[in-house]
Structures are given as C-alpha cells and as structure tokens.
Design a protein. Sequence first.
Length: 266
Amino acid sequence: MSDLLDQLLADLAAEGERLDDLVAGLDDSDDGGWRTPTPAEGWDVATQVAHLAWTDEAAVLAATDREGWDALVLDASGDPDRYIDRRALEGGRVEPAELLDRWRTARGSVADALRSHPDGRRMPWFGPPMSAASMATARFMETWAHSLDVHHALDADPEVTDRIRHVAHLGVRTRDFAFSVHGLDAPAEEFRVELTAPSGDLWSWGPESASQSVRGSGLDFCRLVTQRVHRDDTDLVARGRDATAWLGIAQAFAGPPGEGRAPTDG
C-alpha cells in the first residue's frame, strides 16, 4: 500500500470516528436526535448516516465484486434520478443501533477493500473509474460533507483541520467534470487555485502564470465544491470569465448536477 493511500485511509478513519462520536449517543427523537432534520431537504441525521453506509457498501462492491457492482448499477438504472435518495431514506428508517452498526461495518469494509485493491487497477464508479487512492479521497469528501450537515442539524461546531486538503484537491481535479455535467465545454487552460488552509498554510494548484484564478479560504472552497454553501456566502475571489463560471457550478461528487444551497439572508 502506498504512503498516499495509507494517509488517506487514516484521515478517512478520523473523519468517520469524529462523526460517530457525535451521533452514537443520540436518541431517536426529532429534536437533537437521529430524526433531527438536516439542511438537505427531506434528510434527517439518520438519512445522512444511512447514505454514508450505503455508499461505503457500494465502494466495496466496486473494489471487490464486479457482478455485485453491475447488479447495483442495473437496479439504479430503473430510477436514476431518485435512486440514491431512496436508498438513503430507506436505510435511515431502521433503529439507530442497527444503522450505526451497519455504518461501522461498512467503514471497516471499505478500508480493507481499498488496502487490498491491486495497485494501478481502477474500479468502476458512478463517474469516471477510480484508483484506490481516488476512491479513498471520494469517501473522505462524502464523509466530511455529510458530517457538516449533521453538525449543523445538531447545532454542533465541526472540527476544521487540514485534512480537508483532500476535499480541496478533489474539487480542483473535478473542474472539467463540473462543466461537463452542465453540458458545457471545459476551459482549455488550467486555472491557478490558491487557498488558505485552516492552519494558515497556502495550498496551490496550477501554473502561477495562469490568466484565470480562484483564491480564498480553503474551508469555503471545500464547502462550495461539496455544495454545502452558496458562492455568495464565501470569501472566494475568481479572476476570469471561466473561473467565475466554475464557482457557480463546482461539484466534487459524482452524478448529475446538485441543487446546491441557497444564499443566506442579509
């Protein structure tokens, strides 16, 4: 296993454990418990965790069981627009202890599957095929993003660490994908992206000489590419027409364009 994958899996485990600590002691109520509504319309805390469990299980199939993965894709093809929502909502209806056990098992299974995945071999996914490192990055991104929704619902302050660089990196790497799912041609030139990490470090991608750029808070960028914040509620500054357009459509997750979040009032 590469050093990169080892670090990704360690960071993924830390994010999962942090969310686990937050929800493990909750009751089954809709006021500070598992049934508390989150910012995602129609999703309560349980739905968020069920979605993470299901996507971890799907990642295990992608890494280890091609027939199982093909069957999942066939099932999804019958209702592609609502399939993921349906699976999350179904999964969230069970007793909290059962759901928590399912998610914990799935987290361990996906880590084991990615550790043993052959180097250089890509696995299928809902977007482009992925290496083990790419899948670990995607699982980190989803865990972190859905954790933000749970923290918001429970009025808890999320821990912000430099681990979110994985999300920022994925957000930069999925630039062309974001344009394509909106039916737009991807820009021909690279952008310069400079972000300030929670620690104060500077993260950068792309040539310094690029004519188009995005600069600002690393946390705001990560929240934007996971569509947990409206662009108007960030400090991100774009230079250039294409870079400006990107901030309006950016998404680091596979699938059709997300609806994003509405701007706050005021």
